[in-house]
Design a protein around this ligand. Structure first.
Ligand code: SAH
Length: 222
């Protein structure tokens, strides 16, 4: 008994047990897709935040990443990713709002190719370096205003927007493949809800997943 305990203690660094506890908390809060849980158990979130915040990386909270932006809350990343994958196996996925690159990495664990665009150049460049350092090779980075989607690589089987839109940008619907799915927070600051929008031939089907709080989706590049 005591040997087993000390062996476990030695084998598991503090972060990995904190990460495992986070995964269990997400499971209790309704994340049921095992592939999604495994991805959140694998991607080292402490490498996506500043040194001063590393000891808080496996709390279930959004954290600042500079430039008035945040790394999304793990529960929200898990729920959005789960919604994207439910009933389908998307291969080409666009993320609007690279930020730290954390959601990007989670997606890269689960789909064939990730395309990600960011409007703040230093964030885009830092995420590119970080994800190259973590050996991800299935991600294309763009410094672009994702309100227009990312036309060169369209269509996408899935699109995830990680900033809150006043209204659903038409370009994003147009860049979905015929049975593609868009996950996007919509509404004014303080009253956003997460929408799941499926393209159905010429039309769309929309579901509301409940209240969320994201930084705003802004036009133009900086
Ligand atoms: N997925 C990121 C979330 C970052 S916060 C993470 O987990 O770290 C949202 C990001 O969306 C910010 O970095 C912000 O600059 C970016 N953003 C806002 N409007 C945008 C737009 N029109 N095009 C591209 N990125 C945008």
């Amino acid at each position: 008994m005591s040997m087993l305990r000390s062996h476990r203690g030695a084998a598991a660094p503090a972060t990995s047990s904190a990460q495992q506890r986070l995964v269990e908390a997400l499971r209790q809060q309704g994340v049921s897709n095992e592939r999604v849980l495994a991805a959140l158990g694998k991607v080292p979130r402490h490498q996506f935040v500043d040194d001063a915040l590393k000891n808080r990386a496996y709390e279930n909270n959004a954290l600042p990443i500079g430039h008035a932006q945040t790394i999304s809350q793990p529960l929200v990343v898990a729920m959005m990713t789960q919604a994207l994958l439910t009933g389908r196996r998307p291969q080409r996925v666009l993320e609007v709002g690279t930020g730290s690159g954390y959601q990007t990495a989670v997606l890269a664990e689960l789909v064939t190719t990730v395309f990600t665009v960011e409007r703040i150049k230093p964030l885009s460049e830092a995420a590119r370096r970080r994800l190259a350092g973590l050996n991800y090779r299935n991600i294309h980075f763009g410094y672009a205003d994702g309100i227009n989607g990312w036309p060169p690589y369209a269509p996408y089987d899935g699109i995830i927007v990680t900033a809150g839109a006043a209204a659903v940008p038409e370009a994003l619907i147009q860049q979905l493949s015929p049975s593609g799915r868009l996950i996007i927070p919509v509404g004014p600051q303080g009253a956003q809800s997460l929408r799941v929008i499926d393209r159905r031939g010429a039309g769309i089907r929309e579901q509301d997943m409940g209240a969320v709080s994201f930084v705003p989706l802004l036009a133009g590049k900086v």
